[in-house]
Design a protein around this ligand. Structure first.
Ligand code: NDP
Length: 283
């Protein structure tokens, strides 16, 4: 009978039914770690049958289910070493085209869901003064753009939350990393996952409208390989000093470089006005 201490690491992964979450779960199991694989429908998990695997139902929008899933993980393995907040989906449409309900549904999963699971998992990590919280953001968490503005705003929230967690958890011996994948070949851009705002406003045809069309071409032709992403996450947890941010994919690297140039140039151009708003010395 396998004992919890036989495993080097215990992972807790949200959205492990398919895509990036499933590939990370497979890679962790393949290297002999234990995995708590969570999914809205545990029957959709295709990770085999091994004592190293615990399949648990978790819709991250339910705070009660998040607490129960973490409890089940601790009952079975006694600890969580790595929490991967991966569950999420995209919303395509101009910001004005998205309805309030669409926006709220997206935030319920991508932001409030991540917070539900993080709050549930942190007490046991704090108790042990160890652990690693890995939040899956996006290239869109670094640079927003037409057609994905609402989605990107959820990933900007994930970036902000992870920077805060990093500052609060480092003194407690717990790592926090935000992973920023570029376009990876999963269901992310197809109808199985992506929300598309049905309301179309003609004025946005050259911006958000163009992105709607491009998404169809990119879907399932993305340059990023989810299995290689999973291997990068395996390397990440081995690092003695893991980074706050881990961009993945050459597309993300280009986006970051371009944004840095833009911010540098724009800040320099507006430097005088930006510096004009402090009280003068002594006032
Ligand atoms: P997929 O659509 O292939 O997988 C999404 C996963 O999230 C599924 O397992 C889905 O479960 C799960 N999920 C969605 N909503 C919930 C919920 N409320 N509770 C629990 N699970 C849920 O996409 P990816 O694997 O590509 O996406 C994974 C993460 O990576 C997301 O956070 C996404 O934003 C991010 N990302 C992806 C990129 C890409 O190009 N692929 C780029 C940048 C970021 P179910 O099977 O039940 O629907």
């Amino acid at each position: 009978m396998t004992q919890p201490h036989d495993f080097k690491r215990v992972w807790f992964i949200t959205g492990a039914s398919r895509g990036i979450g499933a590939r990370i779960a497979e890679a962790a199991l393949a290297q002999g770690d234990a995995v708590v694989a969570t999914a809205r429908d545990p029957a959709s998990l295709r990770l085999g049958d091994t004592p190293a695997l615990l399949a648990v139902a978790l819709d991250v929008t339910s705070e009660a289910q998040a607490a129960a899933a973490v409890e089940a993980a601790l009952q079975r393995f006694g600890r969580i070493d790595v929490l991967v907040n991966n569950a999420g989906f995209g919303l395509l449409g101009a910001i004005e085209e998205a309805t309030g309900d669409e926006v709220r549904r997206l935030y319920e999963t991508n932001v409030f869901g991540l917070l539900n699971v993080t709050r549930a998992a942190l007490p046991s990590m704090r108790e042990r003064r160890r652990g690693h919280v890995i939040n899956i953001s996006s290239l869109g968490g670094y640079q927003s753009g037409a057609g994905f503005g609402v989605y990107c705003s959820t990933k900007f929230a994930v970036e902000g939350l992870t920077e805060g967690l990093h500052a609060e958890l480092a003194p407690l011996g717990i790592h926090a990393t935000v992973v920023e994948p570029g376009y990876f070949r999963t269901d992310f851009l197809d109808g199985a996952s992506l929300g598309i705002s049905p309301r179309v406003i003609d004025d946005y045809a050259p911006t958000a409208g163009r992105v709607r069309e491009a998404a169809k071409q990119i879907s399932h032709n993305q340059p990023g390989d989810p299995r290689r992403l999973a291997q990068a996450v395996m390397a990440l947890v081995e690092a003695p000093r893991p980074p706050l941010r881990l961009p993945l994919g050459t597309d993300t690297l280009a986006v970051i470089r371009n944004k840095h140039v833009f911010v540098e140039q724009e800040t320099a151009a507006w430097q005088a006005l930006a510096a004009s708003t402090d009280f003068p010395p002594g006032e």
